[in-house]
Design a protein around this ligand. Structure first.
Ligand code: MN
Length: 237
């Protein structure tokens, strides 16, 4: 049985509809996983049940996380919020971490992962980081615009077998204080954290870039999804 991978999605309040870029489910399907799009729910018992039947969770990209979830007031650079989605994703990823199931967290996802585990984020890199790189690129989505340096003893180092890779960048927020139980395993040249992994060796990987938009041009990026689906398959028995 191929593993069931739940993918969180965005919600358009004005239009009352869920949406998700196709890239995420295409990458999972390409690696022979079954992608299930998960609407936001706010029931603890159901969240536990959902984490029980999923073999892996993919936290997708999207808008900003409400700073109330890491104990801050909104700064001027803070952007669009999706309150229901924040609560849902934080509850679900906590449950997946508790039951030690694979998590792949992309862009906003790595920020949610870090906040859910007790860390925080920069609300706006322009405002809070000295001389940041351009992390909100205007080049095509598949095109890598900045470098990241990968920690040698990490899952990412095994996935890429290179110390430095080039990645795309569509974020104005980023991980600030890394949560207990997670390690920063890729960093941009301005010091901005671009990847997190679990310290305990389970498959928990967060990346600040968008590998789902890159793999058709750069197949090395597909290896992130292959490793994730492989880890999820081990949970499907
Ligand atoms: Mn970046």
């Amino acid at each position: 049985m191929p593993p069931l991978i739940g993918i969180t999605c965005a919600y358009d309040d004005a239009e009352s509809r869920y949406y998700l870029r196709r890239y995420y489910s295409d990458a999972i399907l390409r690696c022979k996983g079954i992608a299930i799009i998960l609407p936001a729910i706010q029931q603890e018992a159901l969240t536990k049940k959902i984490s029980g039947f999923l073999q892996g969770l993919l936290l997708s990209g999207g808008g900003d996380v409400d700073p109330v979830h890491f104990g801050e007031e909104p700064r001027t650079g803070s952007g669009t919020l999706e309150p229901d989605r924040d609560l849902w994703e934080i509850a679900l990823v906590r449950e997946m971490l508790r039951v030690k199931k694979p998590v792949l967290a992309i862009c906003r996802g790595v920020q949610i992962l870090n906040i859910a585990a007790g860390g925080n984020i920069y609300q706006d890199l322009q405002e809070e980081v000295r001389e940041p790189l351009k992390h909100l690129q205007e080049a095509p989505r598949w095109y890598p615009t900045h470098r990241v340096d990968i920690e040698p003893d990490s899952m990412l180092a095994q996935i890429f077998s290179q110390r430095t890779i080039r990645v795309n960048s569509f974020h104005h927020q980023a991980v600030k204080k890394v949560a207990p139980g997670l390690n920063a395993t890729a960093v941009a040249r301005d010091g901005v954290i671009e990847a997190l992994e679990s310290c305990d060796g389970g498959f928990v990987l967060g990346v600040q870039w968008h590998p789902e938009c890159m793999w058709e041009k750069d197949t090395s990026q597909l290896e992130i999804f292959r490793s994730f689906v492989r880890a999820a398959k081990l949970k499907s028995g």
